[in-house]
Ligand binder design. Sequence first.
Ligand SMILES: NC(=O)c1ccc[n+]([C@@H]2O[C@H](COP(=O)([O-])OP(=O)(O)OC[C@H]3O[C@@H](n4cnc5c(N)ncnc54)[C@H](OP(=O)(O)O)[C@@H]3O)[C@@H](O)[C@H]2O)c1
Length: 236
Amino acid sequence: MERFKYWLNATQSFHPQWRPLVTLSYAQSLDGCLAVRRGQPTMLSGPASTCLTHMLRASHETILVGIGTVLVDNPQLNNRLAPGPSPQPIILDTYLRTPLTSRLMQRNDRLPWIFTGRDIDANRREAYEGKGATIFICTEDRKGYLNLSVIMRCLSKVGVRSIMVEGGARVISSFLRHRLVDRAVVTLTPIWLAGLPVLERSRNHIVFPSGYPRLAKPFYRQVGAELVACGLVEES
Ligand SMILES: NC(=O)c1ccc[n+]([C@@H]2O[C@H](COP(=O)([O-])OP(=O)(O)OC[C@H]3O[C@@H](n4cnc5c(N)ncnc54)[C@H](OP(=O)(O)O)[C@@H]3O)[C@@H](O)[C@H]2O)c1
């Protein structure tokens, strides 16, 4: 863990001035899958790499997931295993589908910040705010997703300096496609799944039109039964 802590501290300033530092972190199978299939919760981390994930959570101010992950995994996104605080949870949820009964909406400490589209119902918005969540209205991009550049600027404006992006597949793909990832910590689990690929492939557009993101200055460590790859993300 000391090597990871050292690297996290040493790379804390590797982000553009206009937005927070973005660290991508997820677990994948040997054949590059996040889950058995979209919609099925799949535990891919063992106890030791789960501890690493919580240590990462403790070292970021915020943690971000898509609504797909909220609906399937019902995560808490807090830090329960490492010294240090829990990050502020953030959900990308255009149509405000986060269940009011979800674990994130039941937390006693930090209720989520939810980025939504412009057409949400005022009464529904009030229901979330009444429970303590914060709603941010956001414009959409050409794909119909929430505009990540707008979200980054908004988070920067409210003083956020670091974001840990935990998934799922669509969110990971969007962040990488928009070149918004500074660091990555990827856990490789020794299993084949033939399931949901980490990256979305689309027939209608090229995922990486101008060069491929790659890990620069990577280092690799075995953590329990898994292999963890860490590095700065650069374009090749
Ligand atoms: N192995 C791991 O480490 C790991 C980690 C996390 C999740 N998972 C798995 O991943 C799966 C969920 O992945 P997923 O791809 O279905 O869902 P997701 O990436 O969690 O969420 C995607 C949804 O977020 C919303 N969204 C809004 N703005 C977006 C943007 N700019 N870019 C991308 N999404 C945006 C969209 O829904 P709206 O249009 O409704 O807003 C979109 O469909 C689950 O099976 C979960 O178990 C695995």
